[in-house]
Design a protein around this ligand. Structure first.
Ligand code: FES
Ligand SMILES: [Fe+2]
Length: 391
């Protein structure tokens, strides 16, 4: 029998969030501030689940790569000479040195280790290893970079550090069908990276409700009313729902207008809605009539997160000589900054031992879904009986 460890969250606290929505309470402070819970989340969620690293259009040419960090792990996602996108551990096979530092970049024909110059091809194979021909029995083919699972969904690249994870498409099979948005054909129009002093779950929760919008986003209500959300819904791997654009507004920009055409093939409903989904654990997908915005949230510490945003547009919009994504980018950049400020303020509050959760407002149903998914997924770890190596 595994040795029983002390619980990281009281059963009463867990049950308070698990009650039916109208009786439930938000989560208490420890999941937002306890470094032991943070380590357990890395092990249980981020090193087990599929994580979106970005849209495939960000890796348009051979040698283009993304680098992402999760706990002590680091992954390189790289387009090869054959056009295939692969993922590798960012760890040299000689003596383990980290290979690449930048979150995004392009390598020439190979990845060269900065320590002793072992060089790996864009397919991860070891190409050259100086002086190693003097080493008896050394065979380059034994020392390719360690592979990381890498699959795509609607044009988005996902990785999983878990070799036993079910296939990505199987995991995401329950999501609504977004194929009409043709996301695999969209192209990257802009990116932005933020680092904020708040727990990753506060960012997910904040995304899941517009109860905070009148107080925090004065520019948002004139374009999409904070009570315009339709029914939110959930599945095993997601929660979310639509919000309606105000009459006369065609998209989320400062004016509610744009010169871009809508994404071809969308029906009249989609032209009036913005769909907001969190694909667990932390891939926020916002589908607008004429563009798609994504946030990927990368936990750094219990009270720190990196957030990467991508704005994706149709090839037709990007091909225009006057293509200018700034109406969409500026609108969400301002909104993001307002959100990060309030998330950092929330972090300061939940750090306090005095914090006791209140109640969910009816506009916070998506948060209830998220919190309950989190508690279900973390049940064993929070009970203190997680056998994983949590560092
Ligand atoms: S550690 Fe990379 S070449 Fe030696
Ligand atoms: Fe917000």
């Amino acid at each position: 029998m595994p040795e029983s460890k002390p619980s990281l969250l009281s059963l009463a606290d867990i049950e308070a969030t698990r009650r039916p929505f109208v009786e439930a309470r938000p989560m208490p402070g420890p999941p937002y501030r306890d470094p032991r819970i943070f380590s357990a989340e890395i092990e249980t969620l981020f090193l087990k689940m599929w994580l979106c690293v970005g849209h495939q259009s960000g890796l348009s040419s051979p040698g283009d790569y993304l680098m992402r960090e999760v706990g002590a792990e680091s992954v390189i996602v790289l387009r090869g000479d054959d056009g295939t996108i692969r993922a590798f551990h960012n760890v040299c096979r000689h003596r383990g040195t980290r290979l690449l530092d930048d979150a995004v970049g392009t390598v020439p024909a190979c990845i060269s280790c900065p320590y002793h110059s072992w060089a790996y091809g864009l397919d991860g194979k070891l190409l050259t290893a100086p002086l190693m021909d003097e080493v008896e029995g050394f065979d380059k083919t034994d020392y390719a970079l360690g592979p990381v699972r890498c699959e795509t969904w609607n044009g988005f690249i996902f990785i999983s550090f878990d070799p036993d994870a079910a296939a990505l498409t199987e995991c995401l099979a329950g999501l609504p069908d977004f194929s009409r948005f043709g996301m695999e054909r969209l192209g990257l129009g802009a990116t932005h990276e933020y680092e904020i002093a708040a727990n990753w779950k506060l960012v997910c929760e904040n995304y899941g409700e517009c109860y905070h919008c009148p107080t925090n986003h004065p520019q948002l209500n004139p374009v999409s009313h904070f009570r315009s959300g339709g029914d939110s819904f959930e599945g095993d791997y997601f929660c979310g729902g639509p919000m309606r654009l105000n009459d006369g507004c065609v998209t989320m920009t400062v004016t509610g207008q744009t010169t871009r055409d809508p994404i071809e093939g969308l029906g009249p409903d989609d032209l009036r809605l913005v769909h907001y989904f969190n694909i667990y654990p932390a891939f926020l997908l916002s589908l607008h009539p004429d563009y798609v915005l994504t946030h990927t949230i990368w936990p750094v510490a219990a009270d720190r997160s990196v957030i990467r945003c991508e704005w994706l547009f149709t090839p037709r919009a990007i091909a225009r000589s006057d293509f200018d994504p700034s109406d969409a980018v500026d609108f969400w950049h301002v909104t993001n900054e307002q959100d990060w400020a309030i998330c950092e303020r929330a972090q300061k509050g939940v750090q306090s031992r005095s914090y006791r959760p209140g109640r969910y407002q009816s506009l916070e149903k998506t948060i209830y879904f998220f919190d309950n998914w989190y508690l279900r997924s973390m049940e064993t770890a929070l009970s203190g009986n997680c056998n994983g190596n949590n560092g």
